[in-house]
Design a protein around this ligand. Structure first.
Ligand code: BG6
Length: 658
């Protein structure tokens, strides 16, 4: 979980205001994994004020010492600071941690809290400022607010009072409105900080810096130059121990409504007039309000849902399906995967679809944003090989696990004729900046203590984002998914998601994994440059068991690499010739020797395949004589076909030896 980069403080980063921080739900997961490690990071970086103390409150029975000992063990386990755990710093920091046992529905507990806070304020000289952190389920927000209200702790006459509210903020539009109404009956809007931890990630914050601090991109940032946008956030983990929560939630509530829409707002909003919180929040609100609300038919057409079934963990051991997870209904209709096409009805983005997808139980953990530009017109290159080689430029923001920006564009391949090849420029955070690993919560906590609400959601923003996903929740809630589970744990997700960006030239960006390419014997031993080229050319395709992948006699226009699953090759008479599994390649012979497929191929199980299309294949043959040699060798061994290097490179038909 801890993977974000927390920038080193600079001369301009002054410690935040003196304050007391009260954590409700202090014995829970969030406190130990994220909150206290983040506060300790801030302390070590000199960003906490001298006058600062923490008071944890929960039902568990600890005294101050016991709670400090627990936090000590937890912070050691979850802290990722380079240089390790600083004992001395912890000693000083932890002297300011306190604990009070209490029930959130007990009025006496809140009276005691008020007395305790008064004493701590005097002891730590925190100027009456108090930050309340609701690290609790939303069902008790109201109870806590009302308890605080009863002892007047929301009153900011002597020092400021703020609350941080964790997600989920409601479970649909109606409940989010109700929650806003309840919270706003106790607190003013400017006291409420609704947190979305994705906005604490440096590369997400950098979206604004990148867009508005660089003069060259803004003129291109519109429907004239951009074809479409993709925002993907995939996770390897399943629901783990969170079945109780997740089975009522699903990925649309858990990831799309908040994290993905927040990133989309940053990427697509108009330039704010300043970096003042309200200026940014106004623009985000305007952008999300312009997202077209789908009708039920559009939901059926423009969304795909998935649920993982049994599959394989990264270490090769079997993994449970979602319906077998603890606290999950064995007939659950909850989605663990979603892909959605959205449209933004404003002048800048009209006609530019935004594709969002997210899921659990997938092959990789990765969050990326792809901005795909329009392809250059071909006519300039008429009569040259480049005419068929033009591809759209892509600007890729890598949010995690690696963090950086890539620009993919075409370059002329050295040689006498006009051949083009995709190349890339990239920026890596790790190379450019000296940084400390953080949790992503540091910036959010620091900003809140300074009263800067730019990274937090206002009530109107929350409601607008629920409004966008509500039709999806309605249709998916009313219509049971007939095909669940529809992807195995550890795979690429449901087949239908791969068809969502079509028709035409649109495809999800595939970041072919090096290990998947390296295990293909045909590519064994190649250097990094060649493997990188290949990784950029490969396109993902998914098939379900029983699907015909290749039909006998159909045009031969791509080569297939099996990433997972099993296929069978069937000859023209319907006889099964062979079965192939992960790491194997098929379809190359037809590309080499005929214009049509000489066999059919059927998926025996759910299969994840990479395809290398004819043009790229021919380019690889031309650019890399050693690759041509490998292909000839495979042709000789597997099909007894003799192919000469010239014929290969010219793509001419050769005679097959049965
Ligand atoms: C949380 C979701 O908000 O984000 C989790 O509730 C999810 O289900 C997590 O795993 C992902 O966060 P990150 O930072 O690991 O991408």
């Amino acid at each position: 979980m801890i993977q974000h980069i927390f920038d080193m403080p600079t001369m301009h980063d002054a410690p935040s205001d003196p304050c007391l921080m009260v954590i409700f739900g202090a014995s829970g997961d969030l406190t130990k994994r994220l909150l206290v490690p983040s506060l300790f990071n801030l302390y070590c970086d000199g960003l906490l004020p001298e006058a600062f103390a923490i008071l944890g409150m929960a039902m568990d029975d600890y005294d101050d010492e016991g709670f400090r000992a627990k936090m000590n063990a937890d912070v050691r386990a979850y802290l990722r600071r380079s240089g390790g755990f600083d004992e001395e710093a912890w000693g000083r920091f932890s002297a300011n941690i306190h604990y009070q046992q209490g029930d959130f529905d007990d009025a006496e507990a809140f009276r005691q809290l008020a007395r305790q806070l008064q004493a701590l304020d005097a002891r730590h000289a925190t100027s009456g400022n108090i930050l309340f952190y609701m690290a609790t389920p939303p069902s008790v927000f109201n109870m806590i607010s009302s308890g605080l209200h009863a002892v007047n702790l929301q009153d900011s006459e002597n020092g400021w009072r703020r609350i941080i509210v964790e997600k989920p903020f409601g479970s649909d539009l109606a409940s989010a409105r109700e929650l806003n109404r309840e919270i706003l009956s106790f607190w003013r809007e400017d006291q409420i900080f609704r947190i979305d931890h994705y906005l604490g990630k440096e590369p997400v914050q950098n979206l604004l810096a990148f867009r508005f601090g660089n003069g060259i991109f803004e003129p291109l940032w519109n429907r004239t130059h951009i074809d479409h946008i993709q925002i993907t956030s995939t996770e390897q983990v399943g629901v783990e121990w969170r079945g109780n929560y997740y089975d009522k939630s699903g990925v649309v509530r858990d990831m799309l409504q908040n994290h993905l829409l927040q990133m989309m707002a940053y990427l697509c909003m108009e330039p704010p007039t300043s970096f003042e919180p309200e200026a940014i929040r106004n623009e985000k609100f305007k952008l999300l309000s312009a997202v077209r609300i789908m009708d039920p038919d559009e939901v059926r057409r423009d969304t795909v849902r998935g649920q993982y079934g049994p599959g394989t963990n990264t270490d090769g051991t079997p993994a449970k399906g979602y319906r077998q997870e603890v606290h999950v209904n064995p007939e659950s209709n909850t989605e663990t995967y979603a892909a959605v096409k959205l449209r933004i009805d404003n002048w800048r983005w009209h006609g530019v679809p935004v594709y969002l997808r997210s899921g659990k139980g997938l092959k990789t953990k990765s969050t990326e944003i792809v901005v795909q530009f329009r392809r250059a017109p071909k006519f300039t290159f008429r009569g040259t090989p480049a005419e068929e080689q033009l591809e759209a430029n892509q600007l890729i923001f890598r949010i995690q696990p690696s963090q950086g920006i890539e620009l993919r564009f075409l370059a002329k391949r050295p040689g006498p004729s006009m051949h083009m090849r995709k190349v890339m420029m990239h920026f890596e955070y790790e190379e450019a900046f000296e940084a400390q690993p953080g949790t992503g919560y540091e910036t959010m906590l620091y900003d809140c203590m300074r009263g800067d609400a730019a990274l937090f959601s206002r009530s109107d923003l929350i409601e607008t984002s629920w409004r966008i996903v509500q039709p999806i929740l309605d249709v998916w809630g009313a219509e049971k998914a007939a095909d669940f589970p529809n992807y195995p744990f550890g795979s690429w997700g449901p087949k239908a998601a791969f068809d969502l960006p079509k028709p035409g030239h649109r495809r999800w960006l595939a970041r072919a994994q090096m290990q998947a390419i390296k295990r293909v014997p045909m590519f064994e031993g190649y250097g990094r440059a060649m493997l990188n080229d290949l990784a950029m050319m490969l396109k993902p395709r998914v098939f379900n068991a029983g699907d015909e992948i290749v039909r006998f006699g159909s045009p031969a226009d791509e080569l297939f690499i099996i990433d997972s699953g099993e296929v069978e090759i069937v000859d023209s008479k319907g006889r099964v010739r062979t079965k192939l599994g992960a790491g194997k390649v098929f379809g190359e012979l037809s590309l080499l020797v005929t214009k049509q497929r000489k066999a059919s191929v059927r998926a025996l199980s759910y299969c994840c395949l990479y395809t290398l299309d004819k043009g790229d294949f021919a380019r690889m043959l031309k650019d890399r004589p050693e690759f041509a040699e490998r292909v000839m060798q495979v042709a000789r061994e597997r099909y007894h076909v003799i192919v000469s290097a010239d014929e290969l490179i010219d793509g001419e038909a050769v005679q097959a030896e049965p």
